[in-house]
Ligand binder design. Sequence first.
Ligand code: HEM
Length: 148
Amino acid sequence: MSKPLSPETMALVKATAPALQQHGVEITTRMYQRLFVDPEIKALFDMAAHESGAQPKRLAAAILAFAQNVDKLDVLKPAIERIAARHVETHIKPEHYPAVANALLPAIRDILGEAATDEILNAWGEAYWFLADILINREAQLYQTEAA
Ligand code: HEM
């Protein structure tokens, strides 16, 4: 299980989540511009979109929404199950997670500008990895079950 976030980090994330969600579409769009520069990462989404017929915009939106509940994992549990299952279907692996962090955090800075202080971005980075670790662990279990 991931190390719990500090109360300070949680407070910062929760305080800034509404502002981020307000600019959600812009941040999401910017994140995908950054993410899809890597053809290997883009291919993961092309295949998924093909299967589901849906745009993968839910991902960034979910990260923003999720962060508001970093202190209430019970609330997130059903969503974590669904996301992990979808990730396993689309072959998402631990090594893909840094690319999303590296796209999302600069996208927040791109859109919010000076308002996104280093302190805020660090808090969001920690929250991202907290959620990512939970997903990575759950996905590892699912891949193992699949292989057995
Ligand atoms: C904390 C990190 C992440 C969160 C919170 C997250 C969240 C989500 C959510 C909410 C969905 C939609 C699930 C559904 O169908 O109901 C999704 C799907 C997906 N995610 Fe993630 N994700 C994360 C990391 C990643 C990473 C690192 C990758 C790959 C680089 C990735 C690739 C995908 C793909 C390909 C889909 C399927 C999209 C589709 O159905 O068209 N995700 N994710």
